[in-house]
Design a protein around this ligand. Structure first.
Ligand SMILES: Cc1ncc(COP(=O)(O)O)c(C=O)c1O
Length: 421
């Protein structure tokens, strides 16, 4: 459903920085499958590791721990300060669901705080309030909360009562909700990357940490998109804020299906608590699957090589693209800001960096953003053709690819300029 967009392209193959559609038209891919393909499509090193696992270790799941799980845990716990222990899962949704169940089990509380404009998966606790029309939730409130607006039908009313929606970058509203309900957990993407790239304001994530300590809720960072995109150690390390639990997926395995839940040892150990009454339930036939683990290990090893060469390359490409976009828009008199963190960026057609969903929905030229994306796709640059979605560069992109993107960008702006006013 999330991929049902116009133009309705069917892709046949992908390699490195490129994808080809069913008519054999080539696109430079700046979508990266919603984020996983940090090393580019079909990276031979990752695929080789997968083939080796298929030949030698394929059947090793569901029977007991396997050696790949051990190596994966070693890489995670050695390189990510917020990861003292780790559990391997399959999808981001599964990982956030497990994190919130753990938080409820450990605190004995039911209520959860979710951020308006964040996306944390498709289970009942979090499948709500992303690009919610302001007509449905009303004007910005602070301090206060919004009603839970599920992304589709099927979420029981009783369940919605347990979910409290607050603005990103708004500590007063978190405090407001904590004063009224027994909060088990707050879950947030540390950068709102399902609305492009909306960054935390200075002190916001630190403030969440303090409120978690004050009110006794579990602070969960959803690093499904931020994790491994900027550094192996994660955005918690970049922001110097230690959450209690963290979930990772997407770029952890360059496109192979795996996720992980990790965090503080005393919380993670509850998963093996001797007393079943104190043990959050967690199970999955494919947890610890060798194929996905082999991909994850090979990906993390690539990302760690030469003290982060990959990230330096991504930063160079990202800053070149950002500068090119800004120059082109400024010289055409188009009001904009480019919000970028490393290889992830988004252009907002407004005069300041948005701080939350209301700010973005009230000021961004959504129509112009959507038309620009269509124009780029027509010129062989695949950005996801839905306004406000993140652009993602991979390590397979080259300076020449960014030059191609800039040519297409200049032509698109020339085409659309007259419709900007
Ligand atoms: C931040 C974030 N969390 C969780 C999820 C859910 O992950 P999955 O699609 O693997 O279930 C997504 C998916 O886009 C996401 O962007």
């Amino acid at each position: 459903m999330a991929r049902k967009v116009v133009p309705e392209l069917a892709f046949e193959r992908a390699q490195g920085a490129y994808m080809w559609d069913a008519d054999n038209i080539r696109y430079i891919d700046l979508h990266g499958a919603f984020g996983p393909c940090i090393l580019g499509h079909n990276n031979p090193r990752i695929n080789d590791a997968v083939v080796r696992a298929m030949v030698g270790q394929f059947s090793l799941c569901g029977s007991g721990t396997n050696s790949l799980e051990g190596r994966f845990a070693e890489l995670m716990c050695t390189n990510i300060p917020s990861c003292e222990m780790v559990q391997v899962l399959n999808t981001g949704t599964e990982a956030t669901m497990a994190a919130l169940r753990m938080a409820r089990g450990i605190t004995g509380r039911d209520h959860i705080i979710v951020i308006q404009g964040g996306f944390n998966g498709s289970h009942n606790d979090v499948a709500c309030n992303v690009l919610t029309p302001l007509s449905q939730i009303g004007p910005r409130v602070s301090p206060g909360e919004y009603k839970c607006v599920p992304l589709g039908t099927g979420v029981p009313q009783a369940h919605q009562q347990l979910i409290h929606i607050v603005n990103f970058n708004d500590l007063d509203s978190v405090r407001y909700v904590c004063e009224r309900y027994s909060i088990a957990a707050l879950i947030t993407e540390p950068i709102l990357q399902n609305l492009g790239v909306i960054k935390p304001q200075p002190g916001y994530l630190q403030g969440l940490r303090q409120l978690a300590d004050q009110y006794g809720f579990v602070l969960v960072f959803d690093e499904v998109k931020t994790g491994f995109r900027y550094s192996v150690s994660g955005y918690s390390e970049i922001s110097c804020v230690q959450p209690d639990l963290v979930v990772w997926a997407k770029a952890i395995a360059n496109g192979y299906p795996i996720s992980a839940l990790g965090g503080k040892r005393d919380l993670m150990e509850q998963l093996c608590h001797a007393d079943p009454a104190k043990r959050p339930f967690m199970a999955g036939t494919y947890n610890g699957h060798p194929v996905a683990l082999a991909a994850a290990i090979a990906t993390i090893e690539c990302l760690l090589e030469n003290q982060g060469d990959v990230y330096r390359h991504l930063e160079m490409l990202g800053s070149t693209l950002e500068a090119g976009i800004s120059d082109a828009l400024t010289s055409n008199g188009i009001t904009h800001v480019v919000s970028r963190q490393g290889s992830a960026l988004c252009i907002y057609f407004m005069d300041h960096h948005p701080q939350d969903w209301h700010d973005l929905a009230s000021h961004h030229r959504v129509d112009f953003d959507a038309r620009l994306r269509q124009a780029l796709v027509q010129r062989g640059v695949y950005v996801f053709p839905l306004a406000m979605k993140q652009w993602s560069i991979s390590a397979a992109h080259t300076k020449q690819d960014i030059e191609f993107v800039m040519d297409a960008f200049d032509q698109s702006i020339t085409q659309l300029k007259s419709s900007y006013e």
